[in-house]
Write a protein that binds this ligand. Structure first.
Ligand code: FES
Length: 107
């Protein structure tokens, strides 16, 4: 089932800004990078810290606690101390609206 959830208007976020969305018990940070949008779980796999608000450099998001780095596009770890990737979610734009989808229960 494809159940897209509205996040915000496309122009509500400036380049580098984010919006937090709650999916059941999971917090997701939806980031704007230039004209693209990405949704990444707001959870650092090193020690459970929040990623949102960390330093953003291109598509690279740095955890504010101990500086692990993750790729916003894939959730892949780019730098330690985290060793495990974090989760990303599908995002789409329709008109002026940004949507994301919880794909965790897809089969
Ligand atoms: S909690 Fe993110 S690097 Fe430690």
């Amino acid at each position: 089932m494809e159940d897209w959830r509205p996040v915000c208007g496309r122009d509500e976020l400036a380049d580098g800004e984010f919006e937090i969305v709650e999916l059941d018990d999971t917090l997701v940070a939806v980031y704007r990078v230039s004209d693209e949008f990405f949704a990444i779980e707001d959870l650092c796999t090193h020690d459970g810290g929040e990623l949102a608000g960390g330093k953003l450099c291109g598509y690279q998001l740095e955890c504010p606690r101990h500086a692990s780095r993750f790729d916003l596009r894939s959730g892949k770890v780019l730098g330690p101390p985290a060793l495990t990737d974090t989760q990303v979610f599908p995002v789409k734009i329709e008109g002026d609206q940004v949507y994301m989808r919880d794909h965790r229960w897809d089969d």
